[in-house]
Design a protein around this ligand. Sequence first.
Ligand code: HEM
Length: 401
Amino acid sequence: MPATNQTIPAHVPPERVVDFDFLHVVKGDADPFLTLKRLHDGPDIFWTPHNKGHWVATRGEDIRRILSDHQTFSSRVIFLPAMERPRIIPAEIDPPHHAAYRALIQPFFYPNAIASWADEARQLATSLIDDFHAKGECEFIADFALQLPIIIFMKMCDLPLAHREMLLDWVGPIFRPQGETDIQEARARFNAYLVDVIAARRAHPGSDLLSKTLAGTVEGRPLNDMEALSITNSLVLGGLDTVASSMGWMALFLAEHPAHRRQLIDDPKLIPNAVEELLRRFSIPTIARIVAKDVTFNGVALKEGDPVLMSACMHGMDERSFDNPLEVDFRRADARKHSVFSQGIHRCPGSTLALAEFKIFLEEWLRRIPDFGIKPGAKVKTGSGIVHSVLSLPLAWTPVA
Ligand code: HEM
């Protein structure tokens, strides 16, 4: 979308305007994180006329404060550019109603509920590796990252595994759109699919995550059709793309850093902190808040209704929040103070599942394929937008007989 003066409101001082389009952070396969890091050279908070006009908060402590303060910063739109669409439940619901929706899904992500899936996830990880181990190469994204977390999530929801590719085709444009029509078409198809799933679950409820969520009540009444669609949408969108995207960045880093791999192989107890550290350094999501009341924030006048965008990686890479933030240090004591799962009341409930899957991935992969690298001559493809992703990662290793 072209930037125009109309998207610079009168209360925005000219020195706070930066020409920044978060949907087109990089051209080609440049590193989106290092490109975003350069924004730290400018104002801590600035206005961009792109994508209908919005603020961008670039510093870790500001991002943490904004995400934690739901009274000043509403969640009523968390994905920019804002467009006519129903709110995502629970992510775009503010208090007092948020808690009731959140309570519907939270129990499925308690650590004991997630632990019940760990054996299946580990078996799946080993069998996926078995499929390509002897070949000495794989395309990590298609052969592993878009398999392990997605198959587990589809099993949790009892969705037919044959629908995996179709769902991924819709989720891609939603998180990494090339244009507004692109997102709207993908959303329309995705919603039509979910409406059918909801009708089937209501007619014949099972014991899966979606059936149990749809059978729940909010504030003493069943979910209406709009709420059912929205909450299902939120769960499926949350579960399908994000874990795979983060896994891609983890594998890319390890493929290029043999000493870090060796550290985890020699001391697997470091893996949980290594997961947090890799999430911090390569934080994938970009989310927004809407200013709920006029406020002066760090000396800048924000007006009710102004959107504020935050890229979680800008927190993870902020030298005011982390020492040597671009360095990956698996022993970093405060690695988990990142914003990859957000902060405050909307903090990602699926983080327990995601963390368990990352741990299983690193343990099983490094046990079977300790030495690997990017396939010589092959090209790594990345994409950025609402979620930064590795789209293609050809890996190679010496096959063991
Ligand atoms: C690396 C993986 C993941 C990342 C980076 C991630 C990131 C996030 C972020 C940033 C938010 C908060 C949005 C906000 O504050 O406005 C969020 C919320 C949410 N996530 Fe995740 N997520 C991940 C995995 C998952 C998984 C696996 C699921 C479900 C299976 C899930 C389901 C949800 C739901 C339902 C919410 C809304 C919570 C609320 O509003 O109370 N996420 N996630």
